[in-house]
Design a protein around this ligand. Structure first.
Ligand SMILES: C[S@@+](CC[C@H](N)C(=O)[O-])C[C@H]1O[C@@H](n2cnc3c(N)ncnc32)[C@H](O)[C@@H]1O
Length: 309
């Protein structure tokens, strides 16, 4: 049992992003998917809606890299009984999950990337600079490397490159220099400490939080991507899509930043180019004003979809 299994309160507060758009894309009016693969269960919000709408003969395999969320999703989906099988796994291993379940192909694949609000809201996960916590950031508690390991062990150039590449942070060099200076006085262990250090590394006029964006946002994104090897996992999943999807099967991917969206867009374009798939979204689908007002996290969500030929 993992250390912090969240309570059910997280379930009642959870709002799946682009819910209507996802169900419309993965359950077309002329046919219903029988085999659904949810690569990012989270709290099981999308999974539940998909199963409820797809009909009683639809089955779902779900996975999450975070064991606490597999447990929460299991609770949320308990009433669906044997129609659901859940795994604690990284979606980079989605093909193995399929094999283990004895499934060959699937009709629908969903990946709702990033992290869930319950993970963000838990200071002990160290994902947020809004609340102080340990510099951890691992979605999977069995992963060997925490954000503190990177921040305290990487060389200055390595840190600057990482913050630039994964955070698209223009002040990456100043931030890396400040980190290396600060750790001479002792290990950096806390999110608040790092957030403040990044803010002070910014040139003074740029330091103020603009449009609600804290100067540490990009550095935290970069560290989270590095700790969880997020882009590599996404690329592996994208490469697996054609072999996992049946003809006529659909994949829907929601990304939350440009590094992810670019990869999804390029992969889908290559599948269309090689005539293996049809694109369902010429432009990415984004959240309505009403959804953004109700759930600010949906502001940066971009949904893209394909159908296999
Ligand atoms: C935005 S949440 C998904 C929310 C979900 N769609 C729902 O309706 O409840 C993203 C989830 O993906 C998981 N995740 C992130 N990267 C993953 C990976 N490489 N493999 C498996 N799960 C991953 C996170 O732990 C998190 O629970």
């Amino acid at each position: 049992m993992p250390e912090n299994v969240p309570n059910d309160g997280a379930l009642s507060r959870h709002e799946p992003v682009l819910l209507h758009e996802i169900t419309a894309m993965l359950i077309p009016t002329d046919r219903s998917p029988k085999r659904i693969l949810d690569c990012t269960l989270g709290l099981g919000g999308h999974a539940r809606a998909l199963l409820e709408l797809a009909g009683t003969d639809a089955r779902l395999l779900g996975m999450d890299a975070d064991e606490s969320n597999v447990i929460l999703a299991r609770r949320n989906l308990a009433s669906l009984g044997g129609r659901v099988r859940l795994f604690h796994a990284n979606f980079a291993d989605a093909d193995e999950v399929l094999r283990e379940a004895g499934w060959d192909k699937v009709d629908a694949i969903l990946a709702d990337l990033g992290f869930a609000s319950n993970q963000m809201d838990e200071p002990r996960r160290g994902l947020s600079f809004q609340q102080d916590g340990p510099l951890d950031m691992r979605l999977n508690r069995n992963s060997p490397r925490t954000a503190a390991d990177i921040v305290n062990q990487a060389g200055e150039k390595e840190l600057a490159d990482l913050i630039y590449q994964f955070g698209e942070e223009r002040y990456s060099r100043r931030i890396a220099r400040a980190i290396v200076q600060a750790r001479k006085l002792g290990r950096l262990e806390r999110t608040a400490e790092l957030a403040d250090l990044v803010r002070r590394a910014y040139p003074a006029p740029a330091r103020r939080t603009r449009h609600g964006v804290h100067p540490a946002t990009r550095t935290f994104q970069a560290l989270r991507i590095a700790v969880n090897d997020e882009l590599h996992s996404l690329e592996t999943l994208l490469n697996l899509l054609p072999e996992m999807l049946a003809v006529g099967g659909r994949a829907a991917i929601i990304s939350f930043h440009s590094l992810e969206d670019r990869r999804v867009k390029q992969c889908f374009a290559a599948l269309v180019e090689s005539e293996r798939a049809t694109v369902l979204t010429k432009k990415p689908i984004t959240a309505s004003e009403a959804e953004i007002a109700a759930n600010p996290r949906s502001r940066s969500a971009k949904l893209r979809g394909i159908e296999m030929r």
